[in-house]
Every structure is written in structure tokens, then in C-alpha cells.
Design a protein around this ligand. Structure first.
Ligand code: SF4
Length: 73
């Protein structure tokens, strides 16, 4: 499974990194959500490969994002 964050519309609410802190984190510079480095695809902080054991929490984070900008496929 792959997760993508449309960071340009992130409101920094913190829901995703509170719901799934093993996969999402707050970027210390722009304060927007990003994928933790070890899961990134092509070094892009807005895209990550989701390991099987994190599928449930990444999906929960996507469902709970108030602006629905996390896509899982
Ligand atoms: S839940 Fe959505 S709006 Fe909130 S920090 Fe995460 S990506 Fe940004």
C-alpha cells in the first residue's frame, strides 16, 4: 500500500501523526505533515510505502484527516 499526503493543503492539525506516529510526523521547518524518512518513496516526504503492520493506522489517519488530503492506494 502507498500513502500520499497533499501537503499544500495540510492544516498542521496533528491528527495523522497523533493517530499513526510510526508513519507520519510534523516537519520541523514548515510544520506540515510528512512521511517518516524510512518509509519514503524516492526521497519524497509526501509519499510513503506502507508496511503491512501499519496499514490499519495509516488508513485510520487518512480517514480522520479533517481535510481529506491523505490518499491510500
Ligand atoms: S491530519 Fe491532515 S491536515 Fe492534519 S496534520 Fe495530518 S495531513 Fe495535515
Amino acid at each position: 500500500m502507498k500513502a500520499t499526503i497533499d501537503r499544500s493543503d495540510c492544516t498542521s492539525c496533528g491528527t495523522c501523526w497523533e493517530t499513526c506516529p510510526t508513519f507520519f510526523e510534523e516537519n520541523p521547518d514548515d510544520h506540515l505533515s510528512q512521511v517518516i524518512e524510512k518509509f519514503r518513496l524516492n526521497g519524497n516526504c509526501a509519499e510513503g510505502s506502507v508496511p503491512d503492520e501499519l496499514e490499519a493506522c495509516v488508513t485510520d489517519a487518512a480517514d480522520l484527516c479533517p481535510v481529506s488530503i491523505i490518499t491510500v492506494e
